[in-house]
Design a protein around this ligand. Sequence first.
Ligand SMILES: [Ca+2]
Ligand SMILES: [Ca+2]
Ligand SMILES: [Ca+2]
Length: 259
Amino acid sequence: MSKRTFLVVLSGLALVGAAEMARAAVVVDYTAATSGGLSPDAVGWTRYGTPMVHNGSYLLQDNTANDPNSDQSGEYLSPSAGAGLMKLASGQYGIEFRAKPLTDVPFAGSSHYANLYLFWSDDSYAYNVTIDRDTDDAGSGTTGGIKYGQNSMSDAVTGIDWSTPHTIFVGYTGVSPYGSFDFYVDGVLKSNVSAGSMARSGGWPFAQDKVDFGDGTTGQGIDVAAEWYSVKIHNTAVPEPASLVLLGLASAGLVLRRR
Ligand SMILES: [Ca+2]
Ligand SMILES: [Ca+2]
Ligand SMILES: [Ca+2]
């Protein structure tokens, strides 16, 4: 290719990169490490139930320690990400969280999923995912994943070693009639689940265009523990395109240098 064509291509890449950077945004962000030691309810989120403990770099949800003989709940609901962001069949957004489950969520009853979960709603349905330390509930393992559902739980992702925290991104792409969710682990696409499979009937206005996280149940005889590092809402269905951003910057640098 000619030098001129080469420069035009590079300029185009730089523009694409710049446009992507401008378009992609985190619209709701709670990150424990940069919160100044403040819990979510001190920065605009709504708390329900037992507070989590801010441990410097994470929030500790430990309702196993909070009265071992009874079951607590404690969760935080975000501010709005903007009315209409979460729209069935046409919206585009991402729920991102970084966490580490310290105990397993076994599936033995219809409320267990909510002991360690995220919950959000579009204009038509609600969705929830559970952070699952041990996929087969055998007790000792740390290889788990992300599940969805309530009366029955299904695997969205398996094979996650939860001995360390991981960043999960659940990106929604709205296409008629339901669209689907892409599941990323540490920026790598792992699976795609139809939104119709995850949808819970009825709109849930309290969580529309918001995300709720933590422990949402006092029932059924278990409590679990987890570290929560961050919870965010993005206005795109893909994680921050780090490679594209770098490409854009590199291209811009090359173009500038060649002028
Ligand atoms: Ca308890
Ligand atoms: Ca609980
Ligand atoms: Ca489990």
